[in-house]
Design a protein around this ligand. Structure first.
Ligand code: AMP
Ligand code: ZN
Length: 452
C-alpha cells in the first residue's frame, strides 16, 4: 500500500507520486503580518502528517514552505498590502514586522510538533526568481505589460484555466473580485498582476525591467516551488480558500513555464471553526496557540483535536474538546510508561488506515481500542510506532502523582476482598477509589490503577 489522497483537480483519490524516489512537496506558508491562528495551524499540520506518513511508508520527502512577506493584498482594504498595513498600524518597518511574525510562526510549529520543512524561502528574497519567470512569460506571449506599467498574466492564453476550481473563464463574470483592481489597464477582466508598478509606494519595492515595483502573490509560489523542487511538484498543499484564485493562477503560471502539468496532486485542507463560528477579528474569536498554553493546556492537545477530524471536513474546535484531548494525552503517556519499556514496532494495520486518505479519526479510534485490549503485551511498542506519525509525544514522562496513604489503604483492603471473593465489597471499594480520582483495572495479575 502507499498513501492515497484526495486530489482537488481530478476530484478523485490518487496515489502520491515521487520523482527519483523523493516526493516533492510544497505547502503555501503564512503571510507574516500577524500571528498564525489555530486554523492556519490546522493547514500547516496537514503537510506534516502527509510527510510523516510518506516517511513511514519508506518514501523520501522534500518539503518547501514559503514565507509570504510581500505582495499579499488585503481583502478588506482593496489593494493595500497586508504587510504594509500592519507596519503602518504598529509604526514599524515592514521587514521588522515580517521577521517578528515569522519567528512566532516557527515557535507555533515547534509547539505543535510540526517538523521543519527543508527550506522556508522568503518572497522578499526570491524577487530575482520571479522577475526571471515573468520575463519568460512575456517572451511566450502569455504575459503582457499593461498601460499602467504593471505586468499581467493573460488568462485567455492559458486554455485549461479553471481545472482545479472549476471556475472556467467563460463563467467568470467581470467584476468578480480578483487580486488587483486595475481593470482599466488589463486586457481581460480575469487577468491578474504578476508584477505591480510601485506607483507612489515607497517601501518593499524592487527594480525590474518594467520599472520599480513589487511582485504579485501568486507568482511567488510558482517561482519558489519550481525553483526549489526542480521544476516538478508531486504534492501541493494549502487551505481550501487558496483553491481559487491563488492555486488556479499558480497552476497557469507554472504550467505555462514548464510546458506540462507541474503539480501531480493538489491537496486542500478544510477550514477550522471555533465554537461554531468562523474565526475573525470582528467576531473576536481568533484563537492562537499561545492562548491554549495560557489556559494551562498542552499545545499538543490541539494537535490531537485536529487528528480526531478528517482533514477534508470542516471542523469545530472548542475549549471543551481541547480539555478532553489534554486529559487523553496525559492518560496515554502514563499508560505507555506503565506498559513498560518497549521499542516502536511497525504496525501495518495502523499505517494502512492512514494510507487511505489520512483517516486520522479511524487511527485515533484504533488506538483507543488498543488501549483497552489488556491481552496485548506490546501495546507500548504499537503506541510508539503510531506516535512517530501522530507526533503527540506519547513517550514523554508525565509526573505520576503519588497515592495518598488513604488510597493505599483502600487498595490493600480491596486486594484482600478480591482474594476472599467478596465481590460486593470489592465493587464498593472500587467506587470509593474512583471517587478519589483513580481508575482501577482488574487483570489476571491482580488490580492496577491509574490517575484519571
Ligand atoms: P495566510 O497566513 O492567511 O496566508 O494563511 C495560511 C494558511 O492557512 C493558508 O493555507 C490558508 O488557506 C489557511 N487558512 C486560513 N484560514 C484557515 C482556517 N480557518 N482553517 C484552516 N486553514 C486556514
Ligand atoms: Zn501559495
Amino acid at each position: 500500500m502507499s498513501l492515497r489522497l484526495y486530489d482537488t483537480a481530478s476530484r478523485k483519490l490518487a496515489p502520491v507520486t515521487s520523482t527519483n524516489g523523493t516526493t516533492t512537496m510544497y505547502c503555501c506558508g503564512p503571510t507574516v503580518y500577524r500571528d498564525a491562528h489555530v486554523g492556519n495551524l490546522r493547514t500547516f499540520l496537514l503537510s506534516d502528517l502527509v510527510r510523516r506518513v510518506l516517511i513511514a511508508n519508506g518514501v523520501n520527502v522534500k518539503l518547501i514552505q514559503n514565507i509570504t512577506d510581500v505582495g499579499h493584498m488585503s481583502e478588506d482594504i482593496e489593494s493595500e498590502d497586508k504587510m504594509l498595513a500592519q507596519a503602518k498600524a504598529e509604526s514599524l518597518d515592514p521587514f521588522t514586522v515580517a521577521r517578528r511574525y515569522e519567528a512566532s510562526f516557527h515557535i507555533d510549529l515547534a509547539g505543535l510538533n510540526i517538523e521543519k520543512a527543508d527550506a522556508y524561502p522568503r518572497a522578499s528574497e526570491s524577487i530575482e526568481l520571479m522577475i526571471t519567470m515573468i520575463e519568460q512569460l512575456i517572451i511566450k506571449e502569455i504575459a503582457y505589460v499593461g498601460e499602467d506599467g504593471t505586468v499581467y498574466f493573460s488568462a485567455q492564453a492559458f486554455p485549461s484555466y479553471g481545472a482545479i476550481s472549476g471556475n472556467r473563464l467563460d463563467a467568470l463574470k467581470p467584476g468578480h473580485r480578483h487580486e488587483y483592481s486595475e481593470d482599466g489597464a488589463k486586457r481581460f477582466h480575469a487577468d491578474w498582476a504578476l508584477w505591480k508598478s510601485a506607483s507612489g509606494r515607497s517601501e518593499m519595492i524592487w527594480d525590474s525591467p518594467w520599472g520599480s515595483g513589487f511582485p504579485g502573490w501568486h507568482i511567488e509560489c510558482s517561482a519558489m516551488s519550481l525553483h526549489f523542487l526542480n521544476s516538478h511538484i508531486n504534492l501541493h498543499v494549502g487551505g481550501i480558500d487558496l483553491r481559487f484564485p491563488h492555486h488556479e493562477n499558480e497552476r497557469a503560471q507554472s504550467n505555462a513555464i514548464t510546458g506540462n502539468e507541474s503539480v501531480d496532486l493538489w491537496l486542500h485542507g478544510e477550514h477550522l471553526l471555533f465554537e461554531g463560528r468562523k474565526m475573525s477579528k470582528s467576531a473576536r474569536n481568533v484563537v492562537l496557540l499561545k492562548d491554549v498554553i495560557d489556559r494551562g493546556f498542552d499545545p499538543l492537545a490541539v494537535r490531537l483535536c485536529f487528528l480526531e477530524n478528517r482533514y477534508r471536513s470542516q471542523m469545530d474546535l472548542t475549549w471543551a474538546s481541547i480539555e478532553a484531548a489534554d486529559a487523553t494525552l496525559k492518560r496515554w503517556r502514563k499508560k505507555v510508561q506503565a506498559w513498560g519499556t518497549q521499542v516502536a514496532v511497525k504496525d501495518q494495520v495502523f499505517l494502512e488506515i492512514l494510507d487511505n486518505d489520512l483517516d486520522t479519526p479511524k487511527a485515533i479510534q484504533y488506538l483507543r481500542n488498543l488501549e483497552k485490549n489488556d491481552d496485548l503485551s506490546n501495546r507500548a511498542a504499537l503506541f510508539l510506532f503510531a506516535d512517530q506519525i501522530l507526533g503527540l509525544d506519547l513517550n514523554r514522562e508525565e509526573l505520576i502523582k503519588p497515592l495518598t496513604s488513604e488510597q493505599e489503604e483502600i487498595l490493600k483492603l480491596r486486594q484482600i476482598a478480591r482474594s476472599e471473593k467478596q465481590w460486593a465489597k470489592s465493587d464498593e471499594l472500587r467506587i470509593e477509589l474512583e471517587g478519589s480520582g483513580l481508575e482501577i483495572m482488574d487483570g489476571p495479575e491482580g488490580q492496577t490503577w491509574n490517575w484519571r
